[in-house]
Design a protein around this ligand. Structure first.
Ligand SMILES: Nc1ncnc2c1ncn2[C@@H]1O[C@H](COP(=O)(O)OP(=O)(O)OP(=O)(O)O)[C@@H](O)[C@H]1O
Ligand SMILES: [Mg+2]
Length: 226
């Protein structure tokens, strides 16, 4: 988690949706589909995005029929963000061959095994950031610039080492340390370096959703280092 899949998908969506006759970005499917009537809510959103009308849907089968009618004559761009089960794809959008030629369906998932079906035409792996890019992103969050302040260069490099090239980790650690004095940085680093980097990243993967607001982000160092 936190490598940037949703960010890439959103970028692709916002830069391309105008070229289609209809478009929909369904975010956080893993979370929403676990809620009561979650799949139906996703179908309703998809229908609303594509038709501009609110639809009544009793169950997912009825939803699929309505979706089929909405997609079969329009070129659409549909993004399914964060799928965690194969069934979700069919439950939300039905069959691939219902889509009008020229339509695009983009799926993001943490689990690449889900993409090993023949219907998937192209797989793109979102990779971790390299060292330079990591330091730059970290600096934007901690200093508001593309490089660390002079006195903080070595300390910044040490923090970045612990982020495993994950934008989420760079962002969370960067914002936590922003405006803090050297002593705070050093003690945070002592804590960080006392535990394996892999564990910090694991905590982030696990705790991503709970880290979305600033308060939690500021608490991250404590969480990661308890
Ligand atoms: N290329 C990037 N440049 C700057 N910030 C980025 C970049 N990619 C991701 N981020 C930031 O990192 C955080 C996590 O990114 P994102 O939500 O896209 O990850 P994800 O792979 O979808 O995670 P998850 O698997 O938990 O859904 C976000 O706050 C996002 O703004
Ligand atoms: Mg995501």
């Amino acid at each position: 988690g936190g490598v940037g899949k949703t960010t890439v998908a959103k970028y692709v969506f916002t830069t391309n949706f105008r070229r289609f006759e209809g478009s929909s970005f369904l975010a956080n499917i893993q979370d929403i589909s676990q809620q009561p009537d979650g799949l139906i809510r996703l179908q309703k959103q998809l229908l609303y995005d594509l038709t501009g009308k609110k639809s009544k849907i009793q169950d997912t089968d009825e939803g699929i029929i309505k979706i089929r009618d909405a997609i079969c004559f329009k070129r659409v761009l549909v993004i399914l963000d964060d799928i965690d089960q194969q069934e979700q794809i069919h439950a939300i959008i039905g069959m691939k061959n219902w889509f009008c030629p020229g339509s695009k369906i983009i799926i993001t998932t943490k689990n690449s095994c889900l993409l090993k079906v023949q219907e998937i035409q192209k797989v793109h792996e979102v990779r971790e950031m390299g060292n330079d890019e990591s330091l730059e992103l970290f600096s934007w969050h901690s200093f508001g610039e593309d490089h660390p302040a002079d006195d903080y260069m070595e300390l910044s490099k040490r923090v970045v080492k612990h982020c495993g090239g994950l934008p989420l980790a760079l962002q969370v650690l960067g914002t936590s340390l922003r405006g803090k004095n050297i002593d705070v940085w050093k003690s945070a680093l002592d804590k960080l370096e006392a535990i394996p980097a892999s564990q910090v990243i694991k905590k982030l993967k696990f705790g991503y959703d709970s880290l979305k607001d600033d308060h939690d982000k500021n608490l991250f160092l404590d969480i990661a280092c308890f």
